[in-house]
Design a binder for this molecule. Structure first.
Ligand code: HEM
Length: 409
C-alpha cells in the first residue's frame, strides 16, 4: 500500500491498520505518510531485543518527545542514559510493593469518595469516576494526607489534566505527525501546563514529611526537577489506571454470573485473572516506541540510525501464535501460570526491561482494592449488546462514554 493509502487507513482506524500490518511479518516497515518510515516490531524475540538486550542502543523517539516533552520535561519517562538510571534508583523504592501496600486504606477511601453520589438504579458514567479515583490516589502518594492530597485533586488541577489529555488525543488523531496541533489547542495546552505547575508549586509547600514529594525534596533535587517528576507520575499513572478499571468494569458488567463469582472469590485468584485478561484485550499503554541511536540489524533487516520502532501491546496481545481465540474475553486462559509460560515479549502490558513500569505495584494494588470494594458494594449491569470499541489516544479508551447501571448488594 502506498503512503497516502496507508495514511487514509491509519486515520480511519489506527488499531485496525496496525493489526493488518502485523499479519505481514515479524518486523514490518510502515509508511504511514509520505516521507515517514516506522518499523512495527511484532515478534516476542525482537521485542525482547529492543527492550532488553539492545536497550543501550535505543532511546525514546523524537515523536514521543514532541508529544509529551513540554509537559513531562526530564522526568523518568523521558530521561535517558545515566540520568534515567539515577532517577530510577531514587524513585523506585517509593513504588515497591511493600511500600505501596500502606496505601490500601487510602485507595478504599478514594473509592468511597469517588462513588459517594451513587444511588440505586442509577446509570453512572464510569470513565470519569475512575479518573477521579485514580487522581485521588496519585495525589495521596505524592502529597500525603491532608491539604496536599486534597489540593492534588482540586478542580483546577483535574481540569488541567483533562485539557492536556484532550491535546494528546488530538495529537494522536493527527498521527504520524504528532507535532501538528491547531494554534488554539496549542495555546490551551500551554495554559493547562501553567495551571498544573502553579497548583503543584502550591501543594509542595504543604506536603507532610512522609509524602513522596517531600522525599524528593529531601534528595536535594531542584524544584524544576521535582516538578518534572510529579508531572510524569501524574501523566503515567492516572489515565492508565483509570482506563484499566473502566474496561474491567465493563467486562464484568456484561457477565452477571462472573460478577457474582468475583464477589465470592475470597482469594482474589479470579479477580487477578480477570485483570490480566482485561489488560490483554485493552492494554491502556497500547503503543509505545523507541528510536535507534545507531545503525543496527534486527530480525535480518538493516535498520538505520534514528529509525522509529513501534511496540504495541494491543497488537502483540492479539497474536494468534500465542493466544487462542485472541479476540475473546476468557480469564480462564490465565489459569496455571499461563503468563509465565509465554515468551516475555508476547504479553507486556507494563513493558519490561530497564524501562518497565515503575508504577506497576501501585496500579495493581489500586485495581485490586478498588474493584474488590466496588464489587462488594455494587452490582453492575449493562446492555449485553453494547459493543464498546477501543479508540487509541494517549491511553486506550472506549469510543463512546460507558454508563453502567448500579444496584447495591
Ligand atoms: C494500568 C496501569 C499502567 C499501565 C498499563 C502502565 C504501562 C506502562 C508501560 C507499558 C511502560 C513502559 C513504557 C516504555 O517502555 O516506553 C510504563 C512506564 C512507566 N510507568 Fe506505567 N503503567 C501503569 C500505571 C502506572 C502508574 C500508577 C505509575 C505511577 C504512579 C506509572 C509510572 C510509570 C513511569 C514513571 C514509567 C517510566 C519508567 C521508565 O522509563 O523508567 N505507571 N508504564
Amino acid at each position: 500500500m502506498g503512503a497516502w493509502a496507508q495514511l487514509r487507513a491509519l486515520r480511519r482506524d489506527f488499531l485496525g491498520y496496525l493489526l493488518d500490518a502485523a499479519r505481514l511479518g515479524d518486523l514490518v516497515l510502515l509508511r504511514p505518510a509520505p516521507g515517514v518510515k516506522i518499523w512495527l516490531v511484532n515478534h516476542p524475540e525482537l521485542i525482547f531485543e529492543v527492550l532488553v538486550s539492545r536497550a543501550a542502543e535505543m532511546q525514546k523517539s523524537a515523536m514521543t518527545n514532541k508529544m509529551v516533552g513540554k509537559f513531562l520535561g526530564q522526568g523518568l519517562v523521558l530521561a535517558e542514559g545515566e540520568l534515567h538510571r539515577q532517577q530510577r534508583r531514587a524513585i523506585q523504592p517509593a513504588f515497591r510493593g511493600s511500600v505501596v501496600a500502606a496505601l490500601s486504606p487510602a485507595i478504599e477511601a478514594a473509592t468511597t469518595a469517588a462513588t459517594r453520589s451513587w444511588r440505586d438504579g442509577q446509570a453512572v458514567e464510569i470513565e470519569g469516576t475512575m479518573t477521579r479515583l485514580s487522581l485521588l490516589i496519585i495525589a495521596q502518594l505524592l502529597f500525603g494526607e491532608g491539604e496536599g492530597a486534597r489540593g492534588g485533586t482540586d478542580a483546577s488541577l483535574q481540569r488541567a489534566m483533562e485539557r492536556f489529555g484532550e491535546s494528546m488525543a488530538q495529537r494522536f488523531r493527527s498521527m504520524p505527525l504528532p507535532n501538528w496541533l491547531p494554534t488554539a489547542r496549542r495555546r490551551a495546552e500551554r495554559a493547562a501546563i501553567e495551571v498544573f505547575d502553579h497548583a503543584i508549586a502550591k501543594h509542595l509547600e504543604t506536603s507532610p514529611s512522609d509524602s513522596l514529594a517531600t522525599k524528593l525534596l529531601a534528595l536535594g533535587l531542584a524544584p524544576a526537577e521535582i516538578r518534572d517528576h510529579i508531572a510524569t507520575l501524574y501523566f503515567a499513572g492516572h489515565e492508565t489506571t483509570a482506563k484499566w478499571l473502566t474496561w474491567t468494569l465493563w467486562l464484568i458488567a456484561r457477565d452477571p454470573e462472573l460478577g457474582e463469582r468475583l464477589r465470592d472469590d475470597e482469594s482474589d485468584a479470579l479477580l487477578n485473572r480477570v485483570l490480566l485478561e482485561s489488560l490483554r484485550l485493552y492494554p491502556p499503554a497500547w503503543l509505545f516506541d523507541r528510536e535507534t541511536t545507531t545503525e543496527l540489524e534486527l530480525g535480518g533487516y538493516a535498520i538505520p540510525k534514528r529509525s522509529t520502532l513501534y511496540l504495541s501491546p494491543f497488537v502483540s496481545h492479539r497474536d494468534p501464535r500465542y493466544f487462542d481465540a485472541p479476540d475473546q474475553f476468557c480469564p480462564e486462559r490465565f489459569v496455571g501460570g499461563f503468563e509465565a509460560s509465554l515468551p516475555r515479549g508476547a504479553y507486556y502490558p507494563f513493558g519490561f526491561g530497564p524501562r518497565n513500569c515503575v508504577g506497576r505495584p501501585l496500579a495493581e494494588l489500586t485495581a485490586r482494592v478498588a474493584l474488590r470494594d466496588l464489587l462488594k458494594r455494587w452490582r453492575f449491569s449493562v446492555d449485553p449488546k453494547l459493543e464498546l470499541r477501543p479508540q487509541p489516544a494517549s491511553t486506550l479508551r472506549p469510543t463512546t462514554p460507558l454508563y453502567l447501571t448500579i444496584h447495591p448488594h
